[in-house]
Design a protein around this ligand. Structure first.
Ligand SMILES: Cc1cc2nc3c(=O)[nH]c(=O)nc-3n(C[C@H](O)[C@H](O)[C@H](O)COP(=O)(O)O)c2cc1C
Ligand SMILES: [Mn+2]
Length: 444
């Protein structure tokens, strides 16, 4: 059995592995939490746990899954096994189990007592349009059925019991909401804040079923869900905080701007709104947040959900593929492939396969087995040492990319680029200098 079953137990794991920055100093909800999180990320100093938030009694944690090291801790595997663990989870879903009592309902706030202002909802980036819930997992259920779904949607606070919610195209929540709206009905949903990181990982993945099953598969056991107090949506039992709400039909209101995954601000957007009917929470709850444009945002939305298929597509083209990575510093537009090549043309075929995996993937760099794809310095070293541009770089003009990419047009049309950064077979028989890894604790 996993020792991680909720956010609290994972915080213990982070603490034990020096991946937690514990901040006792009082911090402001406007900009200061976001700024500290961004600076922790730049210096690779762990998740930020803010114990003392000005004007609030609830502590805030952010950046929980902001690095591959912390993701490996969450998935209880080595960094290089992350793709494999997720690929296996997708192939072996484990359905959740219903329970009648749950920690997330230790405290119940209903009706007029509901006040979103009592939750420490941060304003992260300097030009964000207001406080946003960004680290809430939306649990939805189709109106006339039993199918549930997990996803992330940004939500701006618009009142004591009112939020806006941005629901993009090609989302399961959009299917559920469109169906409800066509009948003129509100769609009940719930927002789970602060859960087992396996549930966060599941929520970022597109899967044609209940993503709680993917979270269960990651843990290797059925996860517990409990019925909401005001609806028949089933939510993760160990969540810190649950906001029970409904998406109102036939109404749109502008929300935004917000720092997006490209590292740029998105424009304000007319979005549906949520009416909040209840807030339930554990005793001494912890509020979890994800800063916009942070590595955590990109890891959950672009890296983890896409690496398993990237591995499949590139391996289909070459069985010499060792590992793949979509680094968060590339906004999901860059893919790295590590390969043991047998043919000089192989890296180019592999790069083309990577471009086909997802429209977002624009630039692909293929490296040899001696290059660490989790280390940007090593990748840049390979590009600097092993690339002859006219031989190794190729372009695919007018291909489909992502419309938020600053280098694409409004339909997302753009040029894709492949770089073969593997050492050419005829390259003077050079040998790389390698110092073996050692355990430095013996010396320090
Ligand atoms: C931090 C974060 C924020 C996101 N914000 C939004 C959002 O505001 N609107 C949206 O539609 N998708 C957003 N996404 C993407 C979806 O949550 C993601 O594609 C998810 O897999 C959708 O679930 P589905 O496949 O069940 O529809 C976000 C993802 C992450 C990780
Ligand atoms: Mn889904």
């Amino acid at each position: 059995m996993s020792k991680i079953k909720d956010l609290r137990s994972f915080i213990e794991v982070l603490r034990a592995n020096n991946q937690l920055a514990e901040i006792e100093k009082e911090v402001a909800i406007e900009y200061e939490i976001g700024n500290v999180l961004a600076n922790l990320e730049k210096r690779n100093m762990g998740a930020g746990f803010f114990k003392n938030v000005k004007g609030h009694t609830i502590p805030v944690i952010g950046g929980v899954l902001g690095s591959m090291d912390r993701i490996a801790l969450a998935l209880e595997c080595e960094k290089k096994e992350i793709n494999e663990v997720l690929g296996k989870a997708l192939d072996n879903p484990v359905k959740p189990v219903k329970v009648s009592q749950a920690p997330c309902q230790e405290n119940v706030i209903l009706g007029d007592e509901v006040d979103l202002g009592k939750l420490p909802i941060p304003q992260h980036a300097p030009k964000d349009g207001g406080p946003f819930i960004t680290g809430g997992v939306i649990v939805s259920k189709e109106l006339n059925g039993t199918r549930q779904n997990l996803s992330f949607q940004r939500m701006q606070v618009k009142g004591k019991n009112k939020l806006s919610i941005m629901i993009n195209e090609w989302r399961h929540l959009k299917d559920f909401y469109d169906e409800a709206e066509a009948q003129g009905k509100a769609l009940p949903i719930a927002i789970a804040i602060g859960v087992d990181p396996a549930i966060y990982v599941g929520a970022g993945i597109r899967y044609d079923g209940d993503e709680m099953e993917i979270a269960g598969a990651i843990r290797g056991e059925a996860l517990e869900v409990v019925k909401c107090v005001t609806s028949d949506v089933y939510v993760p039992a160990q969540a810190e905080i649950i906001i029970e709400a409904e998406v109102v039909p036939d109404y749109r209101e502008e929300e935004g701007p917000l720092g997006e995954f490209t590292g740029h601000y998105s424009d304000p957007w007319p979005s549906p709104t949520l009416k909040v009917n209840a807030i339930t929470h554990r005793n001494n709850p912890i509020f979890q947040t994800i800063a916009g444009a942070s590595f955590e945002h990109i890891n959950l939305g672009n890296v983890l959900p896409r690496e398993p298929l990237l591995k499949k597509f590139t391996t289909y083209v070459s069985n010499g593929v060792i590992n793949v990575h979509i680094p968060p510093y590339g906004s999901g537009f860059l893919a790295l492939v590590q390969i043991k090549k047998k043919n000089p043309g192989e890296p180019k075929n592999v790069a083309l396969a990577a471009m086909m995996t997802y429209v977002n993937i624009k630039n692909v760099i293929v490296v040899d087995e001696d290059v660490d794809i989790y280390n940007p310095a090593d990748v840049m070293w390979a590009v600097s040492n092993r690339v002859i541009p006219e031989r190794d770089i190729f372009y695919v003009p007018n291909a489909q990319g992502h419309e938020l990419d600053p280098c694409s047009d409004n339909r997302g049309v753009q040029t894709k680029m492949g770089i073969d950064a593997t050492l050419a077979d005829d390259s003077k028989g050079l040998e790389r200098v390698v110092y073996p890894d050692i355990d430095l604790s013996k010396y320090l």
